[in-house]
Design a protein around this ligand. Structure first.
Ligand code: AMP
Length: 369
């Protein structure tokens, strides 16, 4: 039997096929511009069928963006669980309906095959109240589930355990700061393998500056716009999620590569966007150094974190007093696997993420009971 991992995003369906141990990737692919998930899943299945080599799909693992207050462990999907997830889908309206549609499409095509949900929020359920609660009346948490959940948990869990594995040391006892810098961005403080704080919040909008998401912003500014009627709240949600971040600041692009090119040609907006992006990451690293009382390692992952030496250098520049010193030549390295880039007291590494591998492992563990 083989393990199929599905990651249904807001417009794509990514799929990865693993061997029966959930360790060896046999195939990976993506269907873009998904209009209908049943059709997309059928197209994905046609692509994986030859790689099944006569075997069956033994289990399907899904990345679910949020388990909200309900779920913090991987769990077997049933129609009842799916109904509960549908009830909280408003917490991630771009993603949850797609995650559920992928489950239904797989159930229709592969009846009787176990399907498992692995949650991006789960890793952060260990955050203490001082990190996870907003300083608003507690009834908002009780009545509406308003608190910090955090996201990118599967990626943060992967890179932190990979670092411990590469160094040959137990995760317990390590203080780590991981930065997932891609189109979505988040930072996390990890103690003993557990998330103690993270930059994303109730939704994936909070924290770092992202491709099109604003990250931290004064709630008062949004209230000002809404109460004075300058902006309809639904329109504002679109602006903050899809027209802000690097795109909003630069007025040009959400893609870091475009911004580097434009900044080199003198585009002031592109320069401002890159500088602001790096400054925000720096501030979070500083705050997590305080939360952890120092760190054993700083880890970079995601499209920017893995590939963009200039951004990594700018983030870490002048942090030697905090123990972070990049080695300039090592930082220029380009490799598909993990490599060290720091030579200061804080170990600094680039670790390519592999969320699907963790989902395959979690799926196997879940169906094994
Ligand atoms: P992700 O969401 O992880 O795929 O990351 C997307 C972001 O990574 C975009 O801003 C890309 O510009 C950036 N990125 C991907 N590859 C590179 C690269 N080789 N150099 C700089 N940025 C990159």
């Amino acid at each position: 039997m083989k393990i199929l991992v599905l990651n249904a995003g807001s417009s794509s369906l990514k799929f990865d096929l693993f061997d029966s141990e959930g360790e060896r990737r046999l195939l990976r692919g993506s269907i873009d511009r998904v209009a209908d998930m049943q059709t997309a899943f059928a197209a994905a299945y046609a692509r994986i069928a030859p790689a099944l080599a006569g075997e069956t799909v033994g289990a399907v693992g899904h990345r679910f963006v949020t388990g909200g207050p309900l779920f913090t462990e991987p769990l077997l999907l049933t129609p009842g669980i799916a109904a509960q997830l549908e009830g909280i889908s408003g917490m991630a309206p771009l993603h949850m309906p797609r995650n559920l549609a992928a489950y239904e499409a797989a159930a229709a095509k592969l009846p009787g095959v176990s399907q498992v949900a692995v949650f991006d929020t789960a890793f952060h359920s260990s955050m203490p109240p001082v990190a996870s609660l907003y300083a608003i009346p507690q009834r908002f948490g009780q009545d509406y589930g308003i608190r910090k959940y955090g996201f990118h948990g599967i990626s943060h869990r992967y890179v932190s355990s990979k670092y411990a594995e590469l160094r040959g040391v137990p995760l317990a006892g390590l203080r780590l700061i991981a930065c997932h810098l891609g189109n979505g961005c988040s930072a996390v403080a990890i103690r003993n393998g557990r998330s103690i704080d993270t930059s994303m919040g109730f939704t994936p909008l909070e924290g770092l500056i992202m491709g099109t998401r604003c990250g931290d912003i004064d709630a008062g500014a949004l209230l000002h716009l809404i109460i004075r009627g300058a902006h309809d709240p639904v329109e504002l949600e679109k602006v903050l999620n899809s027209q802000s971040g690097l795109l909003g600041l630069s007025g040009l692009s959400n893609d870091m590569r475009d911004l580097h090119k434009a900044a080199a040609e003198g585009h002031a907006g592109a320069r401002l966007a890159i500088d602001s992006f790096c400054y925000r990451v720096r501030k979070y690293i500083g705050s997590y150094l305080a939360a952890l009382n120092g760190a054993d390692a700083l880890l970079f992952t995601g499209g920017i974190g893995e590939n963009d030496a200039a951004v990594r250098a700018q983030i870490c520049e002048g942090l030697s007093a905090l123990g972070i010193v990049l080695h300039p030549a090592a930082n220029q390295t380009r490799k598909p696997e993990a490599f060290p880039i720091g030579s200061g007291p804080v170990d600094v590494w680039v670790i390519p993420t592999d969320e699907e591998l963790l989902i395959a492992r979690d799926t196997l563990a879940c169906i094994a009971g």
